[in-house]
Design a protein around this ligand. Sequence first.
Ligand code: SF4
Length: 282
Amino acid sequence: MKPENIADLIRIIECQIPRDVESALERCREEEEEGSISRQVLEAILENIRYARENGIPMCQDTGSLVFFVSANGMCSKIRNTIMEGIAMATERVPLRANIVDPFSRRNTGNNLGRGNPIIHFEPSPDGAVRAGILAKGAGSENVSAVTMLDPDRPVEGVKEFVVQTVRKAGAKPCPPIVVGIGVGGSLDEAAILSKKALMRRLDKPSEDVFTGLLEAELLREINALGIGPMGFGGKNTALGVRMEVADCHTASLPVAVSIQCWALRRISFEVMKDGAILRGD
Ligand code: SF4
């Protein structure tokens, strides 16, 4: 894998929305009333997506901060260096907006790198292959995401209430229709990572765990019943989907994280072949 490969993949996610997300937006447009503002908003979003794809330009001015999920055995420093070079290259070539700043002085690093950036979550690879996912996360939706430690005595109701309350509070700020990534269990930090990882699962792929899949569907109905609608103009579609990842946790804890993602769900997964070639996934 070369830095050029990373820069190319970043260009793809910034300019080409995944097919499952575009299909979900098209379905939402058909569900909104003819002539309504919510339908016009969805038409404008879809037109924007087409324009970005055809002209090779980012679909939003906030090109996000880049989060990587890497599954590999060893080679972590080498992979990190390749990713960093790729991001610096993409910042110039795509181009990406320089989004990364010092948290206190707000001085911009200029190349989307910095202390703790890029964010890379490494995990061991079960079969030795190097696989990875990239998520470009905009700030408008990240800023209304939330994490909490719930009282574990009413787990299902507690999780549902926290998720719906987080979406209600977010309102129009995260550019709905949104995708809601939920992490339940693990620890405070693990729940947050799981909620981001949940956003990597396709919208047409419900959870393989039956209970989690039913909860995702139920939450989607409850969130859409809020009526926030596309860009907050009201309507049937506040969310395109809900994705949840679950891990076991301490008997006295129930960590829950909600990563809100705007309609511009920019993600890609890939595998690095033995000869270094990149095989694109979802
Ligand atoms: S929330 Fe998403 S669509 Fe809205 S400005 Fe940010 S990146 Fe763009």
